[in-house]
Design a protein around this ligand. Sequence first.
Ligand code: ASP
Ligand code: MG
Length: 424
Amino acid sequence: MALIVQKYGGSSVGDAEKIKHVAKRVIATQKAGNKVVVVVSAMGDTTDELLDLANQVTDNPSPRELDMLLTSGERISMALLSLAINSLGAKSRSFTGSQAGIITDEVHGNARIAEVTPGRIQEALDEGDIAIVAGFQGFNRESKDITTLGRGGSDTTAVALAAALNADLCEIYSDVDGVYTADPRQIPSARKLDSIDVESMLELAAAGAKILHIRAVEFARRHGVDLRVRSTFSEDPGTIVFATNNGEHMEESVVSGVATDKGQSKILIEGIPDQPGKAAEVFTLVAEAGANIDMIVQNTATGVDVEAKISDISFTLPKGDRAKVMAALEAAQGSIGFKNVEFDDEIGKLSVVGAGMRTHSGVSATLFGALAKAGINIEMISTSEIRISVVTDINQVDDAARAVHSAFELDSDIEATVYAGTGR
Ligand code: ASP
Ligand code: MG
């Protein structure tokens, strides 16, 4: 008997009919001879609606109360799904994150899982029940408070439970048939991948691909959990994300996919003294502000005498962190001794990812050739072993993605199906 963890996203449980449909799928999985644990997200756009509500009653919601509020979304779907399953004659029980043993640190809004103690889930399974778990939430032992794992965190709940229960498979159900070479909402000619290695999936998620929560992919890699990403609304087998050596035989693609991210800002610090320790001063400050930076470029300041020994540093960071980092830098202008600092929110990041880049040459030439042909100006470039990212104007990044997707011959003849969801 296999143990399968299934996670259903918000658009899969968006209304009563969809919940009944999921109930049937879950029961069919159990009837096929499996033990089943189901993790659910909040219905449709519930989480965003709850956030909107909070912002209507206060400008400055307390993180603790926000977590209390947002976790209610997942509790609604877990109870409704359990009711639907019971009414179809199968046995199920629902559990909150804390009842399921998801123990986290105390960081409200972005807690990390510290431990998983799924005793009650195991018990329910042993008694032949289907266990339904509210995604995206946990419990901190010290504060005795409820926490959330960050937006999109139900994927992480599912992977963590799969690892702790030593599940045979972790299936992530959404409104598209799997992992595509690009977001099919943006590029309808995107092609579905049959499989992808977990490293490439991690880079794609970090580059802005929304199909999987980045921390879920990290968890899968660390604990060796293979994932199957598939649609609730079709029988397509989806995409396997190999985190174990079950994927060893598979051939590495030079480029697995293209991702874009419009959620970044760029900060440019001009006229920094070109001497040891200055970059450390800047980035210590940025770290203390709690920002997670991505690309960094340093170059000799333009238009000045080389002998003057000053340089410019620019870097990208999430838009939401931009204001506090700008404030911190402005406050330290005198002590660091730079001339000017400015920001640009109108940037887009485009990344191409593929494990085969390690051994293939010519990827950069194809990428930059395609961008040149499309007349797109590049503001920044960064690379890893298996990724190349560029920053462009925000209004050009979609065109850039399409041009690059075609240049790497990733286009499919059949249009990708998006079954549901607003993509919000
Ligand atoms: N409902 C939460 C969100 O919308 C968690 C999730 O969907 O995974 O972010
Ligand atoms: Mg959601």
